[in-house]
Design a protein around this ligand. Sequence first.
Ligand code: GTP
Length: 182
Amino acid sequence: MTVEPVSIPLYKVMLIGDGSVGKTSLARQFCEHKFEESRILTIGVDFQIKKVELPDGWVKLSIWDVAGQPWFQVVRESFYRGSAAAALVFDLSSHETFDHLDGWLQEIRQVVPQVKIMVVGNKKDLEHQSHPNIGAFFQKETSVPYVETSAKTGEGVDEMFTLLAKLASGRILPPVEKTGQV
Ligand code: GTP
């Protein structure tokens, strides 16, 4: 008798946000437990696959990390198709990167209107800048989960990708699941 392998569902997730906010570093910390101080400029797109254990079973994420610079916009748009969820990443030490999240949201929703989203404030190990527009953003996007991470120390990174896996696989979330403060 042969035993059929249990197939693990695969979901495509995107990491988007301004250049240098730490998208590649987050993916690398989660998948390889590594961090590099030097800049890892993404040329177009990178992706990695990683299994994530949720309370009711395993899922696989294909994690797509797209370059944040404006001139890569056309390349990015061609990779958004088919994504189930996206993490909008900003840098807690730079308020401009938060102010640009609306633009990132519009960019991905133009290609995938139903994409599930979460917001990630990265570089928690650095000194925070105040983010004056954060209240207005979450008033508009009321059910969007928010986590703070440090790709450098690893803080919050597993939590971030577990949430992303729950969003991508349609696991039910409470209306607002906020785990940090800005
Ligand atoms: P693009 O490829 O240009 O879109 O950038 P990115 O968002 O992928 O950023 P990347 O991961 O290349 O990180 C940019 C710089 O920030 C690198 O020098 C990283 O070492 C640094 N960095 C990333 N995450 C953190 C963090 O959590 N804390 C600190 N202190 N530095 C970080």
